[in-house]
Design a protein around this ligand. Structure first.
Ligand code: SF4
Ligand code: SF4
Length: 57
């Protein structure tokens, strides 16, 4: 499993420093998670003000 950032993302940037494996980057319309790097820790979801990061299969 990994996490994915939905369109709810408001590009606030809070999550990027919380990721222990630097899987998050700023995309064109929203922030993005590299599924190859994400370790499913959930830290990004914990700090996100709009609950944009969600677990996916
Ligand atoms: Fe990074 Fe953890 Fe979020 Fe995956 S779930 S993107 S490892 S903070
Ligand atoms: Fe987007 Fe949430 Fe990350 Fe802010 S904390 S950039 S709203 S995913």
């Amino acid at each position: 499993m990994t996490y994915e950032i939905t369109d709810e993302c408001i590009s606030c940037g809070v999550c990027i420093d919380e990721c222990p494996v630097e899987a998050i980057s700023e995309g064109e319309d929203k922030y993005e998670i590299d599924p190859e790097l994400c370790t499913d820790c959930g830290s990004c979801a914990d700090v996100c003000p709009v609950e944009a990061p969600v677990p996916v299969e």
